[in-house]
Ligand binder design. Structure first.
Ligand code: SAH
Length: 353
């Protein structure tokens, strides 16, 4: 049993089963034993590889998209350039390098990183040391300053805790983490008198499991929308869809799928992102598959520009990265981009009307 599993078993024995959301939050962000607090999850040696680590083009193109949106909105100064959950900080480093020549962009930017893990903050400081901008770190989105904000978040929403509900013959029950034979096990609550009034619950059939990310996403929207009212753009990129069906909670440990309850604190836990609840809370949004957005942002041109400088395995990796990020059977359509703005803002770069 992992150290965190022992703590959770003790807690459940004393206070009863916990929600899947509580379980996720403890596994990912427990101050001592949490996955992000203790681990080095990204890159070839970690548990998963993310787009900015696959290729520099990802951060470059989305950085330029933010800069273009800033120009389209009259180049407000000062403005917040923000990232949620920057991981290693690679995306922002590539974005800043690519936007260096956008007149006035860096001078007007106040760089803000929202990161819960102190250890990852140190990694980010190191990655961004030569970028020319000095970041401020915040614990929570709620603390973002009140001014125009151009923000990006890749694989951030998938780490937000979700709850799971099952439509049983006796009515809705919540899926809970409890104990069986002294170890962690899934169970169901007693039938619930009521459940949230969302389209996903309304559309459920008997036997369906519905994932509810709305409370965490509502907190994100409540923090961001008043800020976006001053102008700006928030880009969320993640694995998921508009509204998912069924159990999408998964654990990844050393590049392999793991039992969700087997190694709390030692595996990355994520759920497919449902973008609908977040989009519904914003005054205006645009939504498209990642591959389409990257194509419109000019990833093929950028890839062709970089190719002549590469040879051998590097060139092969470069071409494979382009395919991996844009192909329909790869991240190109599994990942989506949700853009939030204030009402009446120009259409964000990379989206079709
Ligand atoms: N965006 C990066 C890393 C994604 S992993 C990339 O694309 O490579 C998720 C990141 O979000 C990590 O940096 C993690 O520490 C951070 N994180 C997770 N939950 C968080 C929360 N509730 N508040 C702030 N940061 C969080």
């Amino acid at each position: 049993m992992t150290p965190l599993a022992r703590l959770l078993v003790e807690r459940i024995r004393e206070a009863g089963p916990i929600s899947v959301a509580d379980y996720m939050a403890e596994c990912l962000l427990h101050p001592v034993h949490g996955y992000y607090t203790t681990r080095e999850p990204f890159g070839a040696t970690g548990d998963f590889v993310t787009s900015p680590v696959i290729t520099q083009m990802f951060g470059e193109l989305f950085g330029l998209a933010l800069a273009q949106a800033w120009l389209d909105q009259g180049a407000p100064s000062p403005f917040t350039l923000a990232e949620l959950g920057p991981g290693w900080g690679v995306l922002m480093a590539d974005a800043l390098r690519a936007t260096r020549r956008v007149p006035g962009f860096h001078a007007a930017a106040r760089l803000v990183l929202v990161e819960a893990s102190p250890r990852l903050r140190a990694v980010q400081a190191n990655t961004l040391a030569a970028s020319g901008l000095t970041p401020d770190w915040l614990d929570r989105i709620e603390d973002l300053p009140d001014r125009p904000t151009f923000l990006i978040a890749n694989e951030f929403l998938d780490a937000l805790p979700i709850r799971q509900f099952l439509l049983s013959p006796e009515g809705w029950r919540e899926r809970l983490v409890g104990l069986a034979d002294g170890t962690l096990a899934f169970g169901l609550s007693a039938p619930l008198p009521m459940v949230p009034d969302t389209p996903a619950f309304g559309a459920a059939q008997p036997g369906d499991l519905v994932e509810h990310s709305a409370p965490a996403q509502a907190a994100v929207a409540a923090a961001l929308c008043p800020i976006l009212a001053h102008g700006g753009l928030a880009l969320f990129i993640d694995y998921g869809g508009w509204r998912s069906r069924g159990d999408t909670l998964q654990a990844l440990r050393a590049h392999r799928f793991d039992d969700v309850l087997a190694h709390p604190g030692e595996a990355d836990l994520t759920a497919h992102v449902d973008f609908e609840p977040l989009a519904a809370l914003a005054p205006a949004h645009a939504y498209a598959p990642q591959g389409e957005v990257l194509m419109r942002l000019g990833i093929e041109t950028r890839a062709a520009q970089l190719a002549p400088r590469l040879a051998g395995a590097e060139l092969e990796n470069h071409q494979a990265a382009l395919a991996r990020l844009t192909d329909r059977d790869k991240m190109g359509s599994l990942f989506k981009v949700l853009a939030l703005t204030r009402a009446g803002a120009p259409l964000p770069p990379g989206f079709a009307p």
